[in-house]
Design a protein around this ligand. Structure first.
Ligand SMILES: Nc1ncnc2c1ncn2[C@@H]1O[C@H](COP(=O)(O)OP(=O)(O)O)[C@@H](O)[C@H]1O
Ligand SMILES: Cc1ncc(C[n+]2csc(CCOP(=O)(O)OP(=O)(O)O)c2C)c(N)n1
Ligand SMILES: [Mg+2]
Ligand SMILES: [Mg+2]
Ligand SMILES: [Mg+2]
Length: 320
């Protein structure tokens, strides 16, 4: 195999990438033609896109290509799950310098393929282009299975807020990496390779969730979108989050309150859903807050233990 993308060429690269992809039952055609054909038994298609840019979302000295692939797919597939849908397919647009080793591109593809396998989706197409910087743009599709989508807009006063998945682990791992360390491994791995609880999205929809979101920017920031879309106030109860001893130790070592990671750290792609208060929730859900009527427009926001959250609520690409 040629060593770099420049030596391999565009169509050689496409051949290398697509040769590694399995098909699933939902894929009727693709990749290889002008477009793919994906079955949509529901009659509707859920669609989302997210891009990962080198330096902003990942560093090649912090994460392997395989990890970046897993994460890029996870970030997109989690958005499908957060609508209450099951992921069916994704498309990969890769921009990279000609000097990039071919092994980096194919390992990226392997990571995307394997994360798709976890979520039940298949890669059905993409694009490759030369650029100064590596960027990985994914578009994911999903199937609602006959149910209504669970949006950010349905939370009602009296509902409860519950989460499933990891919270704060990726942010703790990012802090460790930024300070030049490579351990504790569990947190660094959580940053490199998030594990969204995909099945929890459709399960929450089936349980009657009124609103749902995946946590990409930070719990306070992301629930802020739910509060705004639903026109409600959401109060989080900080005592409901357990801080693992090892996370507390890292916090102590680096001088960060780990509650900060849990409330405002993104990239774990936990699923946060709002349910009617009488819903019987399976054990994997943890109730972390409740929904209130907002007496004034200024109350449409997230509070923590009844107090406004006045510091940064999470990641913002243009201010973080
Ligand atoms: N450039 C854009 N053009 C159109 N819609 C966009 C653009 N950027 C973001 N959006 C939409 O705005 C919403 C919020 O985006 P974002 O915060 O990235 O969501 P998420 O965290 O779920 O990926 C999404 O519905 C997304 O599709
Ligand atoms: C090198 C590096 N610096 C900082 C971060 C932290 N970071 C980058 S993007 C982001 C938020 C999530 O990404 P975004 O593009 O906003 O995804 P979306 O909300 O659209 O799903 C965070 C916490 C990182 N992952 N890597
Ligand atoms: Mg996005
Ligand atoms: Mg999202
Ligand atoms: Mg974001």
């Amino acid at each position: 195999m040629q060593a770099t993308l420049g030596e391999l060429g565009e169509f050689g690269l496409i051949q290398e990438l697509t040769a590694r992809l399995p098909r699933t039952a939902a894929v009727q055609l693709g990749p290889g033609d002008d477009a793919a054909v994906v079955a949509a038994p529901d009659g509707r298609v859920v669609a989302t896109t997210d891009m990962l840019v080198e330096g902003r979302h990942f560093r090649r000295d912090w994460s392997t290509a395989y990890d970046v692939g897993r994460k890029a797919a996870a970030q997109n597939l989690a958005d499908i799950a957060a609508m209450g849908a099951s992921p069916t397919a994704l498309l990969l647009a890769l921009a990279a310098p000609a000097e990039l080793p071919v092994t980096w591109a194919v390992e990226l593809m392997d990571g995307i393929r394997d994360e798709c396998h976890v979520a039940g989706a298949a890669v059905v197409g993409g694009d490759v282009v030369r650029a100064e910087q590596v960027s990985v743009t994914i578009t994911a599709l999903g199937d609602l299975g006959g149910r209504a989508p669970v949006t950010r807009a349905g939370a009602r006063p009296g509902d409860v807020v519950a989460v499933t998945g990891w919270l704060g682990w990726s942010a703790a791992g990012l802090t460790v990496l930024s300070r030049g360390f490579r351990s504790p491994r569990a947190f660094v791995e959580a940053h490199r390779r998030p594990e969204p609880p995909y099945h929890a999205g459709p399960a929450a929809a089936a349980l009657g969730a009124t609103a749902m979101i995946d946590i990409s920017d930070g719990l306070v920031a992301d629930l802020g979108h739910v509060a705004a879309a639903s026109g409600v106030q959401i109060d989080l109860h900080s005592g409901q989050f357990d801080i693992p001893a090892q996370m507390a130790d890292i916090g102590q070592a680096v001088g960060v309150d780990p509650v900060q990671w849990v409330l405002t750290g993104g990239e774990d792609h936990a699923i946060c859903a709002v349910f009617p208060a009488d819903t019987v929730l399976p054990a994997r859900w943890r109730v972390v807050g409740d929904v209130h009527k907002a007496p004034a427009p200024s109350d449409v926001r997230v509070t923590v233990d009844g107090h406004p959250w006045d510091t940064t609520p999470g990641w913002d690409h243009f201010t973080s």
